[in-house]
Design a protein around this ligand. Sequence first.
Ligand code: HEC
Length: 226
Amino acid sequence: MRLACPVVLALCIGAGGPALCGDGAPGHVLPVSRDGNLVVGLCDGETSIEVEGVKPGEPMTREQGQKVADALMTEWRRKHPDAEWVVADAGSAAAVAAQGVPAAPAGSQHQTYGAFTERDKQIWQESTDKLVAEGKKIFHDAKLLGGTNAVSCDMCHPDGSNTHPETYPKYQVQLGRVAMLRDMINWCIENPVRGKPFPDDDPRLKALEAYILAQRKGVALEYGKH
Ligand code: HEC
């Protein structure tokens, strides 16, 4: 499989602001491949690559998906050489933290102030951990994301890095509006993952949100920050 930058021939064009497609809602602007190949866009709403030899909807392996993700990121990093971007590193603090969500400290002093027991707290913690674990699974699995090109979030966001959930809500230029974290998750599911956005009340969307937030535990909330 070879990856190449496609001929620029936009489907719908945004003039300076967000791209507006047929129904007036901002959408991903993707160049059309002259050979009918799959074109995959990035979360920035600008960068895209053509996957040579692969037609839209054709099955792809995780290895191919990783190549697509890497090609997109190479292109993005070329445009943003100074941008901070965490990459996968087995020994990193983020990687270690992702091994498991820390459990609540045992024997917490707060139980005196509520009509609940240590056992209750344990159940609450376990339910929360379960949701986070489910989100982690989906984040790492193109099929569970409903993707069609074997690309999954972890390929560019190892351990949920670079997602900055603590900066939401904030205005996202590619969406042309103030976005919540779940809006950005759905945007990235459309491209680069090439799946269908999840409905707002979809348990998978909640699980993804839970996982991303859990990865940033302890980071100060700074909504609106770019
Ligand atoms: C091919 C690489 C790639 C993949 C795969 C990818 N992303 Fe991204 N993502 C990016 C890049 C690059 C940006 C930064 C775009 C920008 O700043 O304009 C980004 C931005 C984001 C942001 C906003 C970060 C911020 O600072 O506000 C979120 C949230 C996010 N991605 C979530 C996801 C989720 C969830 C998935 C899977 C459904 C995903 N991404 C898949 C590369 C990727």
